[in-house]
Design a protein around this ligand. Structure first.
Ligand SMILES: *Cc1c(COP(=O)(O)O)cnc(C)c1O
Length: 451
């Protein structure tokens, strides 16, 4: 990886945002490169048909998933999560921050996605399924007209066992890839960064997944995983930093959300804007979802990324224009956060470039605030999320307090009264009870001030 000379670079960049990032202040940034949807999509290397193709692939696998993961039977093998209104939490936010949130607040509960309990059950599982399908079709064992429940057989498991899958992860991607790959019969290795929680490693090992632990952060785990996988021609390395397939798997969420909004009678149009707040690590999850939403709702949807003050990698990549050529450590930020799903120091360059014309903005949030919001959501709505998943929750407050310019420029100042705000709840249902109690206790000690 080519690195910049960060000291020289910093001397030439007196951007006030960069200075605030360095001092770990919470910031909100509005993207000056945001374009009208039609202009943005013309330059984009991905299209609507790519997302539709991914959705069709997931439908082909639905009979298989329903068979091997009984928890997906109620949705006929479709991995999807509820969208819920959270009025008590909205009132709590308005009280605590002294700021009215115009419009209605919703939570997209990817925390409760079946199989692996996080947003990674979208992209991660999708990519594994695509690898399996490509292999089986290329060897003449499967055709796309087949009922894919035939994959749940010794014949296919023994076929897949000749191949391996590897991935580097802070935890949740490893869970998704590991559980899905092992179920199909692949030999699978997860390279875990130091941030990864013990329970995730234990769970994977109990499912016959090989877990290799690193004392370093996510970028190192990915680098090592990639290096080892390259030496093995039967190994497919799932590259979270550059994967088009992961991205498209995440993007399918938008098609599903569109139906949920229709069913719930929530309108998104010229006069009813939709605001979406997405916790961001390396960028694939939030990038894919945001991209899908832009394809559907175009200029009526406004997507914001949320990152910890200690790991603002995507924001740094976007502001500097350097994308994956800069890491937070290059400007003296430590990448140490309680939000383990977001503990990424260097963003995906692929995602940064694809999302640049579509992203409305991005903001940072302190660990203290995330933990406080974790407790508040549990107290007000009885919903338990992991710390990373709370990064989005402060977005509507920040937008109302600091987004006047953005709202005026997009003729939204009055329309925001009819807005829907969706906070993407990216993970949490698989966190062991004891761990969750610890988070909750830490949240009880926080007043929500930033460090
Ligand atoms: C992975 C993850 C994210 C962010 O997804 P990226 O693709 O890394 O940007 C957000 N929240 C949780 C809980 C995650 O596990």
């Amino acid at each position: 990886m080519k690195r910049i000379n960060s000291r020289a670079w910093l001397q030439n960049h007196t951007n006030p945002f960069i200075q605030k990032l360095i001092s770990l202040e919470e910031v909100i940034w509005f993207n000056p490169k945001l374009e009208a949807f039609q202009a943005g999509i013309e330059k984009c290397p991905l299209s609507f048909s790519d997302v539709l193709e991914a959705e069709k692939r997931l439908s082909r696998f639905a009979p298989y998933l329903a068979k091997v993961f009984p928890e997906t039977q109620t949705t006929n093998g479709i991995i999807e999560s509820p969208l819920v209104k959270i009025p008590q939490m909205q009132a709590k936010l308005e009280d605590d921050y002294g700021q009215q949130i115009f419009g209605d607040l919703y939570l997209k509960c990817d925390s409760h996605l079946p199989i692996s309990g996080s947003i990674k059950a979208r992209g991660g599982i999708y990519e594994v399924l695509k690898i399996a399908e490509d292999l089986a079709i290329s060897k003449g064992m499967l055709s796309i007209e087949d009922d894919y429940s035939i994959l749940a057989s010794d014949k296919f498991r023994s076929f897949f066992s000749k191949y391996s899958i590897a991935v580097g992860s802070t935890g949740n991607l490893g869970l998704s890839i590991g559980i899905m790959s092992a179920k199909l019969g692949f030999s699978v290795t997860v390279h875990m960064s130091a941030d990864a929680k013990q329970w995730k490693k234990d769970l994977l090992r109990s499912k016959n997944v090989k877990v290799i632990e690193y004392a370093a952060d996510y970028s190192k785990a990915v680098e090592e995983g990639r290096r080892l996988a390259e030496a093995d021609p039967t190994c497919h390395f799932i590259d979270d930093e550059n994967s088009r397939d992961l991205f498209l798997g995440y993007a399918v969420a938008a098609l599903r959300l569109q139906k949920q909004l229709e069913l719930a009678g929530i309108t998104v149009d010229e006069n009813h804007p939709l605001f979406v707040y997405l916790p961001c690590g390396v960028g694939g999850g939030p990038g894919g979802v945001a991209f899908g939403l832009k394809l559907i709702f175009q200029d009526h949807v406004h997507c914001f990324f949320a990152e910890p003050t200690h790991s603002p990698c995507m924001l740094l990549g976007l502001i500097s224009g350097l994308h994956d050529k800069i890491a937070v450590q290059d400007i003296g930020i430590d990448n140490q956060t309680a939000a383990d799903g977001l503990a990424v120091g260097r963003p995906s360059g692929f995602v940064g470039r694809v999302i640049e014309p579509f992203l409305s903005g991005s903001y940072t949030i302190s660990d203290q605030q995330m933990l406080k919001l974790l407790k508040d959501l549990a107290d007000t709505e009885g919903i338990y999320l992991e710390p990373s998943a709370l990064a989005g929750m402060i977005g509507p407050v920040k937008l109302a307090a600091e987004g006047q310019h953005y709202l005026e420029n997009h003729d939204l100042s009055t329309k925001i009264n009819q807005a829907a705000h969706i906070v993407w709840g990216t993970g949490g249902s698989m966190v062991p009870k004891q761990e969750m109690e610890q988070y909750y206790r830490k949240g009880s000690n926080e007043k929500g001030q930033s460090d």
